[in-house]
Design a binder for this molecule. Structure first.
Ligand SMILES: Cc1cc2nc3c(=O)[nH]c(=O)nc-3n(C[C@H](O)[C@H](O)[C@H](O)COP(=O)(O)O)c2cc1C
Length: 323
């Protein structure tokens, strides 16, 4: 997610779950290939498994960008066919590609041929006045023919005229039934459901109903503890002990120190940690201390220690290990 799932966010989330697949922000193929912005591929070695999401619509450029992603060690290369922002429409990236299925098939075929990693596609169910019940099967069918084995479907239309990108994540209604229909129509295609999944219970229900995966966006970012801390056990059947949000906050201290020593700023890391204690006692104090203090020039890891101490209520730790 742009501006959210940068390398610091992914490092944090990997401390919370070892098994979930993490995604980068969308990186445009032109920026990588023409702009030489390969720093956009920087990541921590511990982020695996991690997918690089690319934006673009030129097969040759996407192939070159996919190759760079594979060389940089990403486990999966994902093509964005879902993002509705104006900038992205003008560059013919993102959701507008739902209207250009033949071109998308050409793009993914080129990406697959160019490098060894799996190529996946994140899409909508359609855009504007398209009929999703005819467009989506045609789109997926072409992807399958081009060699795609996994897709993530944001289960709502994108209305490119008149809605902001933010409204396009909430206003067009969700159609989970159509995604389930697609699973029945393409049984060997690995289909992940995306859109409006706010809890692991909802994720478990989608999996129990036959989908192969679930992609969680805003909830995983805004309330990461409720999604990520028990995902390895509940979704992947791991039996190891779970970490608490407090453990995770402490895990971040050496990372923060290294980031500051390399010239980085505290807020670049702590902004992703604001939701760690969401819904728990002391969460507001945690958020306030981090958001008010992290921009000060002398702010360092001790700010996180201070915010952790503020979670203590009446001398008792207010944060208990996740059940
Ligand atoms: C701040 C923000 C940035 C996003 N950036 C991207 C992006 O770069 N690529 C993408 O495929 N989707 C992006 N999305 C959309 C999400 O991946 C997801 O499809 C959408 O939020 C619906 O899922 P959710 O209800 O679980 O959040 C973004 C969403 C948000 C809130």
């Amino acid at each position: 997610m742009m501006d959210w799932t940068d390398r610091h966010c992914r490092y944090l989330h990997r401390r919370m779950s070892l098994r979930t697949l993490l995604y980068t922000e969308m990186v445009t193929a032109p920026a990588l290939v023409r702009g030489g912005a390969t720093h956009l591929l920087d990541r921590d070695p511990s982020e695996h498994p991690v997918a690089l999401q690319l934006g673009g619509s030129d097969p040759g450029e996407l192939a070159a960008a996919a190759r760079l992603g594979a060389e940089a060690g990403y486990d999966e290369i994902n093509l964005n066919c879902g993002c509705p922002s104006d900038r992205v429409q003008s560059g013919a990236f993102g959701a507008i590609l739902m209207t250009r299925a033949a071109l998308v098939a050409e793009c993914v075929a080129a990406m697959i041929a160019a490098q060894p990693r799996q190529v996946t596609v994140k899409c909508r169910i359609g855009v504007d006045d398209q009929d999703p019940r005819s467009v989506l099967p045609d789109f997926l069918g072409r992807l399958v023919k081009a060699g795609v084995k996994r897709v993530q479907i944001h289960a709502r239309m994108a209305w490119l005229q008149g809605l902001s990108p933010k409204e396009n994540r909430d206003v067009p209604p969700l159609d989970y039934a159509l995604v389930h229909e697609m699973k029945r129509a393409f049984p060997s295609l690995h289909i992940s459901l995306n859109g409006g999944i706010g809890s692991l219970e909802m994720a478990e229900a989608a999996l129990a109903e036959g989908l192969d995966g679930v992609m969680i966006g805003r909830a995983a970012y805004q309330t990461p503890s409720s999604i990520l801390l028990s995902a390895d056990r509940r979704i992947y059947g791991e039996t190891g002990s779970e970490r608490s949000a407090e453990d995770v906050a402490r895990d971040m201290l050496p990372y923060i120190e290294a980031h500051l020593a390399a010239g980085g700023k505290l807020a670049q890391v702590t902004r992703h940690m604001l939701g760690l204690f969401a819904g728990r006692p002391g969460a507001r104090a945690w958020r306030r201390i981090l958001s008010e203090g992290a921009h000060r020039a002398d702010a360092g890891p001790e700010l996180v220690e201070r915010a952790l101490a503020a979670l203590e209520v009446d001398g008792q730790p207010a944060v208990s290990p996740a059940a």
